[in-house]
Design a protein around this ligand. Structure first.
Ligand code: NAD
Length: 321
């Protein structure tokens, strides 16, 4: 049995508070420049979903950062009526210049189709990266909005000084909102990535060679210490309620004996996710304000700089291999 002195604890709160301070400063600068705060619309179909706690936390964080966070409730009705109302509300929010970012409560209630809903979000306001355009940009290695949770997992690695280039990384979970985006981001940063999922035949055999493990399966205690390579960095994205307590997907007590570093649940990736979502919102507001200023310029005001210098492409060069 491998016994270590105990893994380094990768806590989200200190990093999140740094990010939030940066967001508050950017919001103040935005208000000074534009005379209004950036706006975030949170669209919900019913307030009783478990995710409402998460959404209320985001609205509270908006208020603390000076962001104009608003709840947009879709009235009760049949699935068809609610889907139509949801798509219509998204259309209105897309057109509203005071709204820079939109997030939709997930999972959607049964009967509401995901595809028409994600298609209806303006990709420029899709701050949680669920629109197919943003998903495609990530797949190509180009700049766009990425899901905040996967971004949080990466940010935790960056800010903790973990070497990603060349590392063996295993992502457990292949959902389009957490596992796959994390796998693409790790690949973009030159890790060698294996994606494991519910049909993976021998999960421990993959985990045992991983320098970096990102777990997003929604299965409490799925990954235990004996499955890990000694010294591995373990990022636990899972959030599960067991006997009234919030736990991750990693069996923390056994894993910390073997891992080199590990995120706790709660207190690891979660706080970072919320802070990064607000950072995405501010970035969206800044880009939209710059685009609106550009549109005014092309509508008749003399440009201060040459058009060539002002039209920097929004995307970066794709990864070559
Ligand atoms: P999901 O249900 O959409 O996907 C779960 C994935 O795990 C699937 O790809 C599935 O194949 C895989 N999986 C399930 N059982 C497995 C097993 N036994 N072995 C290997 N793989 C298995 O869930 P999701 O939306 O990706 O969320 C995953 C977890 O992350 C959940 O616990 C969720 O609550 C949490 N989450 C956390 C945050 C955060 O901010 N920390 C945000 C979103 C989701």
């Amino acid at each position: 049995m491998i016994v270590s002195a105990g893994a380094r604890l990768l806590e989200g709160a200190p990093i999140a508070s740094e990010i939030r301070a940066g967001v508050a400063a950017d919001v103040a600068a935005f208000v000074a420049a534009h005379g209004r705060p950036p706006g975030l619309a949170v669209v919900v179909c019913g307030r009783d979903a478990p995710s409402m706690v998460y959404l209320e936390r985001i609205l509270k964080a908006c208020a603390a950062a000076g962001i104009d966070g608003r709840l947009r409730e879709i009235p009760d009705g049949s699935s068809e009526e609610q889907e139509l109302a949801l798509v219509a509300a998204l259309g209105e929010l897309n057109e509203d210049p005071s709204v820079a970012g939109i997030i939709v409560q997930m999972p959607l209630p049964k009967g509401i189709r995901l595809r028409p809903v994600v298609d209806a979000i303006d990709p420029a306001k899709d701050i949680d990266g669920i629109h197919p355009l943003n998903a495609g940009l990530l797949r190509l290695g180009w700049d766009g909005f990425v899901p905040a949770t996967s971004h949080a997992a990466m940010e935790m690695l960056h800010r903790s000084g973990v070497e990603i280039r060349g590392a063996e990384a295993v992502v457990v979970g292949r959902s389009p909102v957490v596992g796959m985006p994390a796998a693409f981001m790790l690949t973009r940063e030159d890790a060698t990535v294996t994606v494991c999922h519910s049909r993976t035949r021998d999960l421990p055999s993959h985990l045992r060679r991983a320098d970096i493990v990102v777990v997003a399966a929604g299965r409490p205690g799925l990954v235990t210490g004996e499955m890990l390579k000694p010294g591995a960095v373990v990022i636990d994205v899972g959030i599960n309620v067991v006997d009234g307590r919030i736990v991750g997907d990693v069996d923390f007590e056994s894993a910390r004996q073997v891992a080199g570093a590990i995120t706790p649940v709660p207190g690891g990736v979660g706080p970072l996710t919320n802070a990064l979502l607000l950072a995405h919102l501010v970035r969206a507001a800044q880009k939209q304000a710059a685009a609106a200023a550009g549109a005014t310029t092309s509508a008749g005001v003399t440009p201060a700089v040459s058009t060539a210098a002002a039209t920097t492409p929004a995307t970066t060069t794709p990864a070559t291999t």
